[in-house]
Write a protein that binds this ligand. Structure first.
Ligand code: ADP
Ligand code: ZN
Length: 512
């Protein structure tokens, strides 16, 4: 077997070249260095561990959270002639898999994280040479991540028991905070972080308030060519919407955990084979499904986080051809999510709130959706993309530059530590205890905003955060981002979307 990665890429995988950061990731793993690869869906994460698994001696242990996903991965690895197997409670051929593993016949062994704590499993791993540990969906290890799974915390002792085996963590979705946490939790070096560009230029992002969802969906789908996915929040909604969409004459299927497994599998097969089917599904659908020509993804309700939105919309247009991502949201979605915050344990509530605010900014912004999205992932995109609803038909806005400058000044004068509530008190000239004890009643910005302006401060704060003129810390304290200066200096203006009355009600609920 050739040990040169490029040879293996061409002969085994049949790809002429590495894509994006794959080459850097593979090189680090080959050198035995701990690595965290943050790569968007479709960027080719699997190859980053599959290839070193072939090029290095021994078997690669791949930790993955979903059994269904593992079986898909094994099938696609085997299609390349890679020797792969899963070791899960769902497998009846475990003895045979263990034999193959012991005898060094496997390139890849997929396991679920809960197995990692099993002492028998650790002993099994000692029986043969290991080429690497690959930790898929690595954001699950972080309480900051949007999908924390306690079992992932069992991995560290396992990894540490094999210090000579390189570790590669992979995820499609991790904001900066989560990335730092993953590095720490899995014992990876700071310089081991490799982040791929997140832009998916062929996806057109559109976001609108819900207003007669079934009708909106039918109208949207009527405009679209090709197969698409509609994500619905519940099983019931899935079935109901599927029936409504089917009325419009498109072949339609539903997909959710409550369906008979045989029906579910058939619906999925039908969808993958179809060129014009609409799959109405819960978000579990789409993971690990290889259908590059999905032409649209519609959300019937708010996703869980920007990461989830990015991942779910990312299932569209993996072939690089134009695709559309349409999100319909309602204030009820935010109200429900904020209520759920009350049930989250203290350690996670700040993270959850930050996530929700980020979503609110994305749906409310009058600016380029792509820019907001990419900035969320730590990139520095152009201010317009020309391929989102706001760029294509800019919404009507009112000029709120004056309010924005007053708010920025107030943040600056109070030393950029306070949240918007306190800044409103200062701008309003209210002598609250907190204002007095901090001496903020003596500042030049004390009482400089009138009633009308005060009403705009909260929405303006969100616009400024979306634009990276203000940054909120975990406790809501606002400080300047790089876009603050040009606004303060009068070089840039700030607009606020004018909402029709009905939408205004929705927005209010989103903000509470
Ligand atoms: P991810 O797990 O990051 O979502 P996958 O590993 O499923 O992505 O890869 C997405 C698709 O890209 C797969 O069909 C895979 O075979 C293909 N792919 C991966 N690497 C390359 C490459 N270097 N050149 C061409 N296609 C690639
Ligand atoms: Zn845009």
């Amino acid at each position: 077997m050739p040990a040169d990665p490029l040879d293996i890429l061409r002969t085994t995988f049949g790809f002429p070249a590495f894509r994006g950061v794959q080459e850097r990731v593979v090189a680090r793993v080959m050198a035995g260095d701990g690595t965290l690869a943050v790569m968007p869906t479709g960027a080719g994460k699997s190859l980053c561990y599959q290839l070193p698994a072939l090029a290095r001696r021994g078997t690669a242990v791949v930790i993955s959270p979903l059994i269904a996903l593992m079986h898909d991965q094994v099938r696609s690895a085997e299609a390349f002639g890679i020797h792969a197997a899963t070791l899960t409670s769902a497998d009846s051929d475990r003895d045979e898999t263990m034999r193959r593993f012991r005898e060094g016949e496997l390139d890849l062994l997929y396991v679920a994280p809960e197995r990692a704590s099993n002492p028998g499993f650790r002993e099994l791993l000692r029986l043969t040479e290991l080429s690497l540990f690959a930790i898929d969906e690595a954001h699950c290890v972080s309480e900051w991540g949007h999908d924390f799974r306690p079992d992932y915390r069992l991995l560290r002792p396992l990894l540490d028991a094999f210090p000579q085996v390189p570790r590669l963590a992979l995820t499609a979705t991790a904001d900066e905070h989560t990335r730092a946490d993953i590095l720490q939790q899995l014992g990876l070096p700071q310089d081991g972080l490799i982040v791929a560009g997140f832009d998916r230029p062929n996806i057109q992002y559109r976001i609108s308030p819900r207003d007669g969802l079934a009708q909106q969906l039918k109208a949207f789908i009527a405009e679209q060519e090709g197969a698409g996915i509609v994500y619905a929040p519940t099983r019931d909604a899935t079935e109901r919407l599927a029936a409504q969409i089917a009325e419009a004459g498109r072949p339609t299927r539903a997909y959710h955990a409550g369906l008979d497994p045989a029906v579910r599998a058939k619906n999925q097969r039908d969808f993958v084979a179809s060129e014009d089917m609409v799959m109405v599904a819960t978000i579990a659908f789409g993971m690990g499904i290889d259908k590059p020509d999905v032409r649209f993804v519609a959300h019937a309700g708010l996703p869980k986080s920007i990461e989830a939105y990015y991942q779910e919309t990312g299932r569209a247009g993996r072939d690089g051809e134009p695709a559309v991502a349409q999100l319909f949201w309602g204030a009820e979605d935010f109200a429900r999510a904020r209520k759920r915050l009350g049930e989250v344990d203290d350690a996670r509530v700040a993270g959850e709130r930050t996530r929700l605010n980020a979503l609110a900014q994305l749906v409310e912004t009058s600016e380029c959706r792509r820019a907001v999205l990419l900035r969320h992932f730590g990139e520095h995109p152009a201010t317009t993309c020309g391929n989102c609803d706001n760029c294509l038909s800019p919404p009507a806005t009112v000029d709120v530059t004056t309010v924005a400058r007053k708010l920025l000044s107030a943040a600056f004068r109070t030393e950029m530590r306070f949240g918007v509530g306190h800044l409103i008190d200062v701008l309003a000239g209210r002598d609250t205890d907190k204002v007095i004890s901090n001496g903020h009643n003596r500042l030049s910005v004390f009482g400089i905003a009138d009633e009308e302006e005060l009403k705009l401060v909260r929405p303006v704060a969100r616009v400024l955060i979306a634009r990276d003129a203000l940054r909120a810390d975990d406790y809501g304290g606002l400080s300047f981002g790089p876009s603050a200066r040009p606004i303060l200096k009068g070089e840039e203006s700030v607009g606020l979307v004018v909402q029709p009355k009905r939408e205004r009600r929705r927005k209010r609920a989103a903000q509470e």
